[in-house]
Design a protein around this ligand. Structure first.
Ligand code: B3K
Ligand code: ZN
Length: 874
């Protein structure tokens, strides 16, 4: 496969002003009539007379016509996924008719079928699987789409924009024509045809326009739409209030489909969602799912401005829309929920998974320089680190200047396809700040490391903080320049009070919170007027996506855990303490669990005056994945055992407190997804999980009755998970069987049932995974099922995946080889745990590597998997 480079970007030679599409949908295929109004791009310096269009997996090219005249085969060439017309005028209408087979499309890109309905996924390069087209985001056109299909099977026919015409046709068929007034790149095109139930609502915009909100779902999901609809309305209001952005079409539609490669897609006016990311009822979805749905619905809606009205010039600029939109949805979730908890969740994800990506063979900058397959670059780096980068601009500018910057960005670039640099320039122009060094965040890959040292000058009352930064080498990048890093800090006095941060002796009203700006490899800051050595609170609120090294003592961490005024850092101190305690047990089998940790958790459990949402987070021990990420040559089974020992010791020592916590947090009244209720359910389920971890009899009774009586999925799943991870085999089997019996007709619940088993380190070994894959509900064509069985096994069941004999690795490689034939995009995602082979001790690393080699050696490997495997073995 070919590598595509950012430096080779050229403006398109031809533009498309208008696209006229007519789809004839049948059971054995679809005929696509496409007419493009094209003209030479005045900004292009190419003098080439020929025209080249992209195509992929198009079964038959039926005809090509120019300005209404059918072309002879000699006038064009149809080869290697390109359609080349040898000579075209400066302006013309091009007609293309293709025949495609959506019913055989297992890649789920372009037009395909999911549970009997037709649907599309065009980002990034799926439109070329529908017809020949200049498939690149900087070609923006107005679309008119006529969809024709059998009226009984497909009563609902949807596309982007407004429906302008509909009617009946011969043979029981009908049609609807849609017109989208906004020019858009073809990756935002969408079509849906099916027998779907329609749910309606309305939204009045800030200028008083009434928007028709419609959700389309399969009839069996009728009762699962309210949460998404409410989330949508909250997101629409929030975008008006916080960014001044109003919705622009008259209709906004959401469709749920079961077979979908990712979470959702922001097609103009017609968002398509993976069912699991949009459908929810209290009986079938957990609190976590409710929150995820709210944030994804908001994310896709926010794309209407950050992505659709202003889009990307090329796919290297992907983070322009994704980083910014993730930042927007994170702020939204923080505003409607608990800001500290949201920050903890985002930082956890970043530190566990994005830092790992940055340290692995696929490391790339937020704005990559090259790729083979763009689908492989929908990564945590583009999304989450990209969001952190926008967040740092927000921190550096402050909310008012940031808003001025975003206003300028939208005004300046509305209707354009632009670059991350255009975004940063708008922020600079609106604020007057120089972000030239800051731009390195887009260009350099790798996670910056900050080493912090301090000293206290008793006689002068000065506390000195020295911060050194360095960025590790990553593939293709060495000797990096220092970056511009906002480093938020505070200092605590002996009583836990926040001390003023006087950067000069005469700094009268010094704040107790400051953002230090690091720009050089080393900085020393002096804080004056201190009577004793303070305890530093570093990188408050996780103000930058960096690693911080400071020689904390356990006393300091315990102190910060109970006194830091920054909620995030309180949590972080607890995590660092737990990491330290667990790691000290990794190498020794007879060491004791630090009593300080037990006491710290005891006071967390006892103090009901604390923010319970924060306590719920603080009680979660660092995950195995995070411990592995922190370690050099991690010994996975040893890490697992050490963490389990700490958990068991905590559970035994705190049994009474856990039982009290369980009962104190039993909720009465109807189910609500407020931060408080979520926190209480989470605390209660954590307490239960800990009790079952040590096979506590009373815990078992509580778990079985909670399982049987729960009126919501959070509690039912909490009890099921606790049982599955306990030694109570009889109860666990009964619960699993009952659960399946009750929910076997609901795919979203069956996915959770799969995941709880394949992710369990107690019962979910490889044998269990094989058993689940034989289960009638498992489906190789459905990405959610693959993720919930195979993905969860390799990503969460770490001791089993990293089993000594290497069978976990071989198993994964085998599944990737198999999946590569039907769905390369999912196969390339699935292989990722193997790509970190260099991180592990040779006994494991070599086995992982040879598993990867078996994937590499498969004949006919897709471009997707090829890129990941070859880069990992290079
Ligand atoms: N933009 C889509 C992701 C498309 C992924 C294509 N492989 C969803 C989102 O980020 O909102
Ligand atoms: Zn997005």
């Amino acid at each position: 496969p070919q590598t595509i480079f950012l430096k080779d970007y050229r403006v398109p030679a031809f533009l498309v002003d208008h696209v006229d599409l007519r789809f004839e949908l049948f059971e054995d295929g679809a005929r696509v009539h496409c007419t493009l109004a094209m003209r030479r791009n005045p900004d292009s310096d190419s003098s080439d007379k020929s025209l080249e269009l992209d195509g992929d997996s198009l079964t038959t090219l039926e005809s090509v016509s120019l300005d209404g005249n059918l072309l002879e085969g000699s006038a064009y060439e149809d080869r290697d996924d390109k359609l080349t017309l040898h000579e075209v005028p400066d302006q013309f209408n091009l007609g293309i008719v293709t025949w495609i087979e959506p019913q055989n499309n297992t890649r789920l890109e372009g037009l395909y079928k999911s549970s009997g309905m037709f649907c599309t996924q065009c980002e990034a390069e799926g439109f070329r699987c529908i017809t020949y087209f200049p498939d690149r985001p900087d070609v923006m056109a107005r679309f008119r789409t006529r969809v024709e299909a059998d009226k009984t099977r497909y009563p609902i026919l949807l596309s982007n924009g407004n429906d302008v015409e509909k009617g009946d046709l011969a043979d029981g068929r009908h049609f609807v024509t849609w017109e989208d007034p906004f020019p858009k790149p073809c990756y935002l095109f969408a079509l849906v045809a099916g027998d779907l139930l329609e749910k309606r609502d309305t939204f009045k915009t800030m200028s008083g326009r009434d928007i028709d909100l419609r959700m389309y779902v399969e009839p069996r999901n009728a009762e699962k739409c309210d949460h998404a609809m409410d989330s949508l309305k909250r997101a629409m209001r929030w975008d008006e209030e916080v960014y001044g952005r109003e919705y622009d079409l008259d209709i906004f539609m959401i469709v749920a489909v079961d077979d979908f490669n990712m979470g959702a897609m922001e097609n103009k006016g017609l968002n398509i969602f993976n069912s699991s990311c949009v459908l929810a009822s209290q009986e079938t979805a957990t609190d976590m799912a409710f929150q995820r749905i709210e944030s994804i619905v908001a994310h896709e809606y926010f794309h209407n401005w950050s992505g659709n009205r202003v889009t990307c010039r090329d796919w290297f600029q992907l983070s322009l829309k994704e980083g910014f939109t993730v930042f927007r949805d994170s702020c939204f979730s923080a505003d409607v929920g608990s800001p500290t908890v949201k920050r903890i969740e985002d930082a956890t994800m970043l530190r566990t998974a994005q830092f790992a990506e940055d340290a692995g063979p696929m490391a790339h900058p937020v704005r990559p320089e090259s790729y083979m397959e763009i689908t492989n670059f929908y990564t945590l780096t583009i999304y989450e680190k990209g969001s952190e980068v926008v967040g740092m601009i927000h921190t550096l500018l402050g909310p008012d200047l940031f808003r001025k910057g975003s206003d300028l960005y939208f005004e300046r670039h509305d209707g354009q396809a632009v670059t991350t640099d255009d975004f940063v320039r708008a922020m600079e122009d609106a604020s007057g700040r120089d972000l030239s060094q800051f731009r390195l965040w887009y260009e350099q890959s790798g996670t910056p490391e900050l080493t912090v040292r301090d000293e206290f000058d008793d006689s002068a009352g000065i506390y000195r903080l020295t911060i050194k930064q360095s960025i590790p080498d990553t593939p293709g990048q060495a000797d990096k320049k220092p970056q511009h890093i906002p480093f938020a800090i505070g200092l605590l006095g002996a009583e836990g009070e926040s001390l003023p941060l006087k950067l000069a002796a005469d700094d009268a009203d010094a704040p107790t919170d400051r953002v230090l700006e690091l720009t050089d490899a080393s900085h020393t800051f002096e804080f004056h007027g201190l009577s004793e050595r303070p305890v530093p609170s570093l990188l408050r609120g996780f103000s930058a996506p960096v690693r911080v090294f400071y020689p904390w003592t356990r006393e300091q961490l315990t102190f910060l855990m109970s006194h830091d005024s920054d909620g995030f850092n309180r949590w972080d101190a607890g995590q660092r303490l737990a990491v330290d305690v667990i790691n000290s047990l990794v190498s020794s089998t007879d060491g004791n669990v630090d009593a300080g940790l037990v006491e710290a958790y005891r006071s967390l459990l006892a103090d009901s005056s604390l923010d319970q949402a924060l306590v719920a987070k603080m009680l979660q021990l660092p995950s195995e994945a995070y411990l592995i990420e922190l370690a050099d040559q991690p010994n996975v089974p040893a890490i697992h055992r050490a963490r389990e020992r700490v958990l068991a010791h905590l559970a035994r020592s705190l049994r009474d407190e856990l039982l009290a916590c369980y009962h104190r947090n039993t909720l009465s009244g109807h189910y609500e997804v407020t931060p408080e209720a979520v926190a209480r359910r989470s605390l209660r389920n954590t307490a239960l999980a800990w009790l079952l971890h040590i096979d506590d009899e009373e815990g078992r009774t509580l778990a079985t009755s909670q399982f049987n009586e729960a009126d919501n999925m959070t509690d039912r799943m909490g009890a099921l998970r606790a049982l599955v991870n306990s030694g109570y085999e009889k109860e666990q089997e009964q619960a699993l069987a009952d659960f399946y019996q009750q929910w076997k007709d609901d795919p979203q619940v069956v996915e959770q049932w799969f995941a709880v088993q394949s992710g369990s380190t107690r019962t979910g070994g490889l044998r269990k995974v094989h058993e689940l894959m034989e289960h009638p509900a498992f489906d190789w064509k459905n990405p959610n099922k693959i993720r919930s069985v195979i993905g969860v096994f390799a990503g969460q069941n770490l001791p089993a995946f990293h089993a000594e004999d290497g069978v976990g690795y071989q198993f994964l490689a085998e599944q990737v080889r198999k999946l590569d034939d039907s769905n390369p995009q999912i196969a390339a995602r699935l292989v990722s745990p193997l790509t970190r082979w260099r991180k592990f001790a040779p006994v494991h690393g070599e086995q992982m590597k040879s598993a990867l080699e078996t994937v590499r050696d498969k004949s006919g490997l897709s471009r997707d998997v090829y890129e990941v495997v070859h880069k990992s073995l290079a």
